[in-house]
Design a protein around this ligand. Sequence first.
Ligand code: KG4
Ligand code: ZN
Length: 349
Amino acid sequence: MKPTRVLGFESSCDETGVALIEVDGDRPPRLVAQALHSQIAMHQAYGGVVPELASRDHVRRVLPLTREVLAQAGLALQDVDLIAYTQGPGLAGALLVGAGVAVSLAAALDVPALPIHHLEGHLLSPFLSADPPEFPFVALLVSGGHTQLMRVDDVGAYEMLGETIDDAAGEAFDKSAKLLGLPYPGGPHLARMAEFGNPEAFALPRPLLHSGKPDFSFAGLKTAVLTQAKKIGLDGSEPCEQAKADLAASTQAAIVEVLVKKSLLALKEAGLKRLVVAGGVGANASLRERLNAACAKRGVRVHYPELQLCTDNGAMIAMAAALRVQRGTAQPRRDGGFEVRPRWELGAA
Ligand code: KG4
Ligand code: ZN
């Protein structure tokens, strides 16, 4: 039988991603081609994502990226059987670009269109790696907008175990990085600076560390980082580079310690020995190192997406769709209609 070819679009924030995945019977879906354009450089001048600029850039990029993917795959649009797109959560205007293009293409090609939850894309992204997980598992979803621990029994069977009550882990990285004078998005910059610092130099709070529940709170951390930043002269005078590196390392250590402890707690509550880490913060080397060590001690297997697939991309959207197609649980639309859902809990109807 001919494989089903899924073309996926991601446009929820500041990355335009397009990818093509083939589903062939029961075999693991295969990533055939993908292309990505990051808008980070464009937003950097503003210190964060400017939604209107993001939407306009998605408009500029989405069709050239689609052509690139098809060229890489050696296929034509007519070879596509299903078109998947990110329905939410994310920036409304940015989502509308991807959804509008996906649904229009689907109508023109007379193929179905399938809306996908952005976080489902993240949490299934390790299925694109050489070492895909088996169900069930606990997923630690750590991105710029979300910090959640979920129990995942199968594609579409998600149960929230705990989440942040205020800022996301990525936000904690980004806001602290901004206080250290680093460019947007600060997470990877702060991580690089932390390599040269002492993680014990500053005693920063670990909010809710001992709450006994897999929940998180990161808003207080940035206030503590701000206080320390002022002390080392980051509010005017020229601070020494070592003090900055020490503060970066201490900040990272605080965030990582909380993420590791809460992941272990969620695994224990769920009675599972498998952890999947997904979302942009999952690229953090210190988090990976600490999680690997803690999980090895407890006989827990940890799965990560490929490094370049931790942050937003089209492959994870196409993969989520492909896994649904394979299970027969996809509910695509053929009527040319669509809606985006800028705010949308995973698991909500
Ligand atoms: O998943 P993602 O690309 O976008 C959202 O859906 O939010 O995550 C982006 C977040 C940003 O906050 C970024 O600073 C953070 O992931 N991030 C990192 C690293 N790489 C990306 N944070 C810490 N260390 C990293 N290496
Ligand atoms: Zn994301």
